[in-house]
Design a protein around this ligand. Structure first.
Ligand code: AP5
Length: 228
């Protein structure tokens, strides 16, 4: 199963990806996590992207497209993957399509801009795994520590209010057009087109998780019923 998560920064893509990993046993491909790991390692890629990420701008398309194409070749992606944060521009989506990497589900998690600012100020992350928490809405079992490893949680450098506002603006300008791109592809009758799902992203993380599972599973059952 190949799933693509779409939504504003802070909509809950990373949070829901963790549930999808457990349910479907497929890996998460988070371009944000991959780029942060490159920065932490001070690799040439990390040094090239640092400026873009720190100011809430998107990293140039060719860099992320190459990163994702390489990642998808790994054996753990054979049975599927969850794309979190990619594609984020029309050229990225086209690159995926031209490469023949078909997606089963595009899941848009819809949350208003005001809610995002509230969420980001309380977010704490475990950098190595990408697991994210919220001091109020999804607190770790031990304050300041990752539930799985017990390692310290940090606040991301791009989670300050000014950068979050710029990231929201970047989403509206460059990523939001993907909604129409996938909606019109989904309704075109093309058998390669992904199924598009819109999920309202306010409510408990478990409630949103259940809505996503229900959407995936009802569509899968319908397809399997039609094939019989
Ligand atoms: P990236 O790391 O992808 O960040 P993002 O898209 O901005 O998304 P986030 O990780 O901030 O949010 P999320 O939706 O995963 O929310 P989360 O689940 O953590 O990208 C960072 C940067 O990398 C970009 O700005 C860009 O520079 C670069 N980049 C990455 N990919 C790129 C690409 N393809 N092309 C070019 N550049 C790229 O949740 C947020 C908070 O809310 C958490 O605290 C969580 O606990 C809480 N929360 C979650 N759900 C709920 C809920 N239902 N109710 C209350 N709180 C909730």
């Amino acid at each position: 199963m190949r799933i693509l998560l779409l939504g504003l920064p802070g909509a809950g893509k990373g949070t829901q990806a963790q549930f999808l990993i457990d349910r479907y046993r497929i890996p998460q491909i988070s371009t944000g996590d991959m780029l942060r790991a490159a920065m932490k390692a001070n690799s040439p890629l990390g040094n090239e992207v640092r400026g873009y990420m720190d100011r809430g701008a998107l990293v140039p398309d060719h860099l992320v497209i190459e990163l994702v194409k390489e990642r998808i070749k790994a054996p753990d992606c054979k049975t599927g993957f969850i794309m979190d944060g990619f594609p984020r521009t029309l050229p990225q989506a086209e690159a995926l399509r031209q490469a023949g990497i078909d997606i089963n589900f595009v899941i848009e998690i819809e949350v208003g801009d005001g809610e995002i600012l509230r969420r980001m100020s309380g977010r704490r992350v475990h950098l190595t795994s990408g697991r994210s928490y919220h001091i109020e809405f999804k607190p770790p079992r031990v304050p300041g520590k990752d539930d799985v490893t017990g390692e310290p949680l940090i606040q991301r450098s791009d989670d300050n209010e000014d950068t979050v506002k710029r990231r929201i603006q970047t989403y509206h300008e460059q990523t939001k057009p993907l909604i129409n791109y996938y909606l019109s592809w989904a309704s075109s009758g093309d058998p390669r087109a992904p199924h598009y799902v819109n999920i309202y992203g306010r409510g408990s993380v478990e409630h949103i998780r259940d809505k996503i599972f229900a959407a995936i599973e009802s569509h899968t059952a319908r397809i399997q019923g039609n094939e019989k």
